[in-house]
Design a protein around this ligand. Sequence first.
Ligand code: SF4
Length: 331
Amino acid sequence: MNARHAVAESSHAQEFREKLLSWYDAHARDLPWRKSRDPYRVWVSEIMLQQTRVAAVIEHYHEFLRRFPTVEKLAAAREASVLAAWSGLGYYRRARMLHAAAKIVARERGGTFPSNAKDWLVLPGVGRYTAAAIASIAFREAVAVVDGNVERVLQRIEGQALSGEKLWDAAERVLERKRPGDFNQAMMELGATVCTPRGPQCLICPLVGLCKARGEMVSAKTSVPQKKRNIHYALDRRDGSVFLTQRPQDIRLMAGMWELPEIPEPPDHAKPFLTVKHSITVTDYTVNIWTVPAPADVRGDWWAVERLPKLALSGLARKILRRSGIFEHPK
Ligand code: SF4
């Protein structure tokens, strides 16, 4: 068998599809967004899953849909409410784009979603991967997806580095055109659960007989070492309220979100009230929370504890307030 064309050859491609889909039918994780092909639900889940772990998305998906059950409700919501529902998922630009796209669908398209990947691409926040994922899952359009998981699986199967259009071509060639949504999800599922970046489980892989690499391949990408940083926040409480400060509206990251006031130095206390770990892109933070008054020069507001769950909090602030027992995760 020629390594370069192992999967592209029709007989192998067909075997690849059958083996992968049988495995997916038996082993797919029971994820909430897989219960529906409703385009609104598929779209919300795909935007949430960009750059966010499945476990974190599961925590927020139901609550977001409870607050905004239709694209019309999302379009009519205030941005602060959308950001509050997004709090904890990070990368808030996604929430703003989702909101902007909802307004276009509700007001300019009469509530009708695009039915193919090309038309999805016109909406804010929808790139090539997301457009193909939604069109294949919700509308059964025969278009392949390429994300990090698909890229790794295809490279290992083919036993060679693939990038750019070659990768998309390879994905198109193996796509099962009768079940494109399931096939795309199966590729991503295999990459997420079996053909993982480190230590792929080839012994239980349905594609082991077709795979050239059968194990890790040296990645062309070099990993960036995580930086470490200590930061300190004041947890200032008074009469059932907490003092919070709002991030400026004109900054790139988490504009307008509420957070605890940062303090430059640890106070002269024996130990912090609480310590949490928090990672953002390439930095691992050790976050120490001190029960001290907010610095006098920090501007902010007192927020009643019962209003906090609906406030547009940063993910870190939400984590701290929950871990402090100040409010619970909404059921
Ligand atoms: S055999 Fe191993 S390397 Fe190949 S696709 Fe399966 S898990 Fe990945």
